[in-house]
Every structure is written in structure tokens, then in C-alpha cells.
Design a protein around this ligand. Structure first.
Ligand code: DGL
Length: 241
């Protein structure tokens, strides 16, 4: 079947990759809204309008299953999108990530994410609703997305972040871009990333078909392809939305 996946940039490619690895017999259409990146500090109105343009395009492509590969969209306008597009099935990353975290039985977690995601308090609320004894620290880490998009070194920034949280046993990478820095987190801290949980919840909607991946960016194709090719081995085309 045809599945739409989107994000502001390369972060959602980590979601696309998890999906493709588990369910290769599908036609994936990925949109990176690089023109509006980063989403992390945009207003709700802006985010709703960007996401709507992407979903309108997906609808024209006859797509009925949309994976929102972006925590920022999921934490701000998920419900509004569900209300607007009643015929679309949406899969978001936050609930799936919280489920994955709860299964880890960790007790002292740091959630790092964009400013919008942290402000929404979605991770903390959803975790505490299920288990109020878990200690949840939340931190907006807006410097990471531009570093990751440009393939720059994140080590110093990660060390700065972690230096204030000596007792944590786990970290939720609450932005899909952060999967790409997972290898920089010390091995004694369990990483829960937001790209892998979706494969557990999407299972019941999947119907096998032909295999295909098309990737588009609303921004500069050559810039985007440096990271895109590195992550998934495919080059993107331009799209105007
Ligand atoms: N990858 C996105 C997320 O999961 C958005 C990053 C951004 O554009 O700020 O929140």
C-alpha cells in the first residue's frame, strides 16, 4: 500500500528507514519540508498550515495512511489534523515512543526534544499518567537539529546536556533527528528513540503491495541529499507545495 511519511527535514528519514526495513513491500512517499525547517519553534498556526499542504499532496497521490515522522507536529497539531482529515489514518511517534519507554522499565529518564515538544509536556504527562513513580526530566535542545542537518559534530553539545543529568538511567530522543546521534550517548544510558516505536503500531494497517520509495524536499535538493543519501542511500527530488 502507499504510505506517506513527513518531517521538517532528515529526521523523519529515520522513521522511513525503520518502516522500510520492517515492511519493504510498500510504496513510501516521504516529504521533508526543508524550506520551513526547523519546526521546533514555529507557531501552531504555521505548523498546521505546513502539515496541511503536505497532507493535501498525499491525498492527491491517493495516500490514506500517513506517518507523522515528527514529534513537533505530533505534540502541537496532531488532533487538529485528525479533525480536518477524517478519511486519513494518522500514525504519530509520541504514543509509540512512550509505549516503548514503558516497556524498558527504566525509572529516571531525560526527555530531550525541540522547544515546542518540551513546552507541550506531552512526554512527561503521558509517562506520568501510566506510572507516576517514574522521574521525568525534560529539556529543550534546539541546537541539535541544525547540527544534525548539516552533519556537524554534536559531541560537545551532547556532553553539555548530559553533564547536568548524572543520575538518569535512560534518555528519550524525542525528536526524530536525534536517532542520528544515538551512538554518541554513553552505553550505560538506555536510548529510546522515536523512530522505531511506530513499527509496532502500524502493523494492523499494513497491506503488502509493490516496493518503492520516493523522497522529496521542499528545500535545496543538493544540500538535503548530502544527509539523505548518507541515511537511506536514495536521493530526493524537489517538490513545490
Ligand atoms: N524531527 C522533528 C521532530 O521530531 C522536528 C525538528 C525540527 O524541525 O525542529 O520534532
Amino acid at each position: 500500500m502507499r504510505i506517506g511519511v513527513f518531517d521538517s527535514g532528515v529526521g523523519g528519514l529515520t522513521v522511513l528507514k525503520s518502516l522500510y526495513d520492517k515492511y519493504p513491500k510498500n510504496e513510501y512517499v516521504y516529504i521533508a519540508d526543508s524550506k520551513h525547517l526547523p519546526y521546533g519553534e514555529k507557531t501552531k498556526e504555521e505548523l498546521f498550515s505546513y502539515a496541511s499542504s503536505i497532507i493535501d499532496y498525499f491525498i492527491k497521490q491517493n495516500i490514506k495512511l500517513v506517518v507523522i515522522g515528527c514529534n513537533t507536529i505530533c505534540s502541537t497539531v496532531y488532533k487538529d489534523l485528525e479533525n480536518k482529515y477524517k478519511d486519513i489514518t494518522f500514525i504519530g511517534v509520541i504514543d509509540a515512543t512512550v509505549d516503548l519507554f514503558l516497556k524498558s522499565n527504566k525509572k529516571n529518564v531525560l526527555v530531550i526534544a525541540t522547544t515546542n515538544t518540551i513546552k507541550s509536556n506531552k512526554y512527561e504527562t503521558k509517562i506520568k499518567d501510566k506510572n507516576s513513580s517514574i522521574i521525568v526530566h525534560s529539556l529543550a535542545t534546539p541546537k541539535l537539529v541544525p547540527l544534525i542537518e548539516n552533519d556537524l559534530d554534536t559531541k560537545e553539545e551532547i556532553n553539555n546536556i548530559l553533564s547536568n543529568y548524572k543520575d538518569i538511567d535512560s534518555i528519550i530522543l524525542g525528536c526524530t533527528h536525534y536517532k542520528l546521534i544515538e551512538d554518541k550517548i554513553p552505553y550505560n544510558i538506555t536510548c529510546i528513540d522515536s523512530s522505531t516505536g511506530v513499527i509496532n503500531v502500524i502493523d494492523k494497517y499494513i497491506k503488502d503491495s509493490t516496493s518503492n520509495i520516493k523522497i522529496y524536499t521542499t528545500g535545496n535538493k543538493d544540500e538535503f541529499n548530502k544527509m539523505c543519501y548518507k541515511i537511506i542511500g536514495i536521493k530526493a527530488e524537489n517538490i513545490n507545495l
